[in-house]
Design a protein around this ligand. Sequence first.
Ligand code: ATP
Length: 240
Amino acid sequence: STPPALLEVDDITMAFGGIVAVESLSFSVREGEILALMGPNGAGKTTTFHVIAGVHTPTKGKIRFNGQDITTLRPDGRCRAGVARTFQITQPFHELTVEENVMVGALAFHRRMADARTDARRFVEMVGLGDRAQVPAKGLSTGQRKRLEMARAMATRPKLLLLDEVTGGVDQKSLPGIVNLVKQLREDGLTLVVIEHNMGVINELADRAIFMNRGVRMAEGTPEEIAKHPEVVELYLGEG
Ligand code: ATP
């Protein structure tokens, strides 16, 4: 039998004044699945993340998570319900150490500082930043910052993790490590939605992909199926 949907995005429209960023978008994500959101600049991917994470209340439609209607829950309530995210532009506290940054996430789950610190250490190790734990976040490379973001999000103990371009700006050498880390998170029981531009990464990670353009879902399928869509061919696989 198919596992139940953990996340249901049901006919979401998000308008800012006259600008419709997302229009009548529906999709669901099963437990343990990795879904990729693709599409050109302005397609509405980040707005979709904002609506799922509670930054925006949608103009129309519903978000259901783990059987609960979370459409009007504030971001902190969604965090407690089990939704976490990373940002396209990573936003660590620059002067705080790597470990302290992850503690900020851990304090969403723990009251006691000592517990938050113990947990933070564990997640810093898990993302492979153990040797950087005591350096200020401003000293990290792009790839390391992406790992830090993942550790901070994981420290809130989510069921669903939204990753916004976690491979963006990461050099070729560091890419496999990030991809393996995402695979590891899934093996540990997480469900993921990833905004991703790299077709190779999508092929390797995603069970399913949705291609959006101008706020609308244009195609949905396995990475192989999506790769045949004419607009995807033009945008991601073409020569120019
Ligand atoms: P990118 O890859 O560039 O991040 P995206 O697919 O994430 O693109 P969004 O950032 O979701 O796209 O933007 C979709 C559209 O909505 C764009 O036209 C954008 O200008 C508009 N938009 C997003 N947020 C707002 C806002 N707060 N106010 C007004 N317009 C917005």
